[in-house]
Design a protein around this ligand. Sequence first.
Ligand code: HEC
Length: 135
Amino acid sequence: MKKYLLSALFLFSSGAFGDQGYEIYKNNCMQCHAELLTKKEAMANLNNLKAPSMNEVSNRLKENIIIADKNEDVKKRVVIAFIKDYIRDPMIGDAMCRPGAVERFGVMPAITHLKEDELQAVAEWIYERYEDIKF
Ligand code: HEC
């Protein structure tokens, strides 16, 4: 019974975390970062976009952040830490998207009002949402 309860709690809390991440994305990021665009759609709408789409961001970071450790969990933690940092303190020297992106869109404005757990939730969401979705 205890075991069952624990796993039910775990399932509930991990599900809720994803939802929380999506809510934070919707309220703080979506006005600039579209949730999902193909390369073709992105190129066709370039003049209306304020930032790269989130699937592009997620893929770029996973491509560009290379660590010696082959462990996916370690990589995931490094990518998540990078995203959390970048939200609070975006720096041109850190930008990993296409070189043209900063030129076109400018550097992202810092977002400083999110709490630690909110940063964690939205960064995890960005990592997990696009696990099998390429740009
Ligand atoms: C006012 C528009 C705007 C908002 C709001 C915004 N961003 Fe961005 N973001 C940008 C632009 C423009 C870029 C591309 C230039 C750059 O990398 O700074 C970008 C790039 C990024 C990158 C890629 C950094 C890299 O290394 O290339 C991440 C990660 C990111 N945003 C996360 C977020 C998250 C998470 C939120 C919401 C909490 C958010 N952004 C809200 C405009 C925005």
